[in-house]
Design a protein around this ligand. Sequence first.
Ligand code: NAD
Length: 493
Amino acid sequence: MPEEYSMLIGGKKVKATTGEVSEVINPANGQVVGMVPKCGEADVDAAVRAALEAAPAWAARTMTERSKVLLKLSRLIMAHHEELAQLETAEHGSPIRKTMNFDVPLCAEQIEYFAGVARAMTGETLPVGPWCTSITIREPLGVVGLITPWNFPALMVVWKLGAALVTGNACVVKPPSVAPLTTLKLGDLAMEAGVPAGVVNVITGPGETAGEALVRHPQVAKIGFTGDTATGKRIMSLASDTVKQVGLELGGNNAFIVLADADIDSAVEGAVWSAFFNSGQVCAAAGRFYVHDSRYDEFVEKMVAAARQLRYGDPMSMETVMGPVAYEAHRDKVEGYIEGAKKAGARLLCGGTRPDTPETRSGFFVAPTIFGDCTNDMRLMQDEVFGPVVGISRFKDLDEAVALTNDTKYGLSASVWTRDLRTGLNVAGRIKAGTVWINEHLIIFCETPWGGCKQSGWGKDLSTMALDEYTMTKHIYIDLTGEPVKPWYGLLK
Ligand code: NAD
């Protein structure tokens, strides 16, 4: 029998008041790996109330005290390294070599980063005039709702939780229904680390009911959301009822630009990494490749050869570098893009079929797929595919490369590959995106801000800017004149 998990509300492990549960499926083999509560509005309300009750005491602790709790959480994550990695591989299908070497250590590192950097937070003293002191202080927002996607089930929670917790907020976390188990485990570890009951609550349930109840809740000060652009739009509109703050980390279809002078071998390494890491289920994955006419054939030939080498199969094997996509309906959606690209006249260069080996037969696998001769009007080049399927197109000059790159509703990230850094910087400046890499793609650090523009959202995760997202700046004015009547009162006399 698959394990039946509980939610975390007010420090207690609880089931949904409705009694309903939903299955979590291993996408590598279609088997049920756990059952989680399918919570309703009453449970969301209970979680928010628990957070409201716990928030003032947590906010009243010193930054040092909260930081120490986070450092303990970071150590506990590493103490449960293997367990967390296996859980994430089972619920999401990410290869174990990735969850062991990337996701879990990064979660620990990012919590550690926020624990440290928050202690350097300061306010300001503003030079208004000699008759007053004007200062700013930073306060926690209160109760924040964190709604996260399935593509990096643990990391996407940690990005938000680290910044929100250390700055003194109480959190209600709503992980994705597809992969909620690592978040439930992180909730348990937070309690073990000494986070007081009610400061971290984890509820499980569908976005349309549990997620929306959290967004609508009048006592929730902010929603930190990472997910699809369409969901982000819905959250924005729901949040307007209570004039709630929203942070939106949304979708992307990210350009990878190879200039005429690029080191092609290095660009090909970066291309395969950024297209197929996590089976292409990365908001910043490169999905559109624009290659200078003079290097197109060489680049395409080498990228296709490298993509064919990728070992996909059982994600529990350390040899596997690419697992399945996260769930069956998503596999079908990705396959829809493959069919659409074929019909639209793109040239299939590799992949394009469902892998059929004993290891992949009962899972939701998509082979690494590359299309050439793409044009920007194809859905493949405009939509976010969120799978291991990419399109390549040619350009003649820099203006055309920049125009093609900016011809999208998204603005999350892009990369430029060139030996000439002056040109690289110039192109980076002309691209409308939150991040532009030069001679790299898909590398993100705790210290660097992450967030998009256009329909990729707004706000920043990571870096010290994430601390701003979870604090309010309050201005305090102190009169120093000691005079009962100020000159400006004369305007009313
Ligand atoms: P999704 O929008 O379907 O779901 C994200 C979360 O929102 C889930 O927890 C879901 O249950 C919840 N949700 C769904 N509908 C809701 C509603 N009406 N109200 C409130 N909550 C709701 O996204 P997904 O498919 O889980 O994740 C993939 C998407 O996430 C991709 O578009 C990807 O680009 C994006 N993403 C963006 C970033 C970034 O940093 N910009 C990072 C990772 C993923």
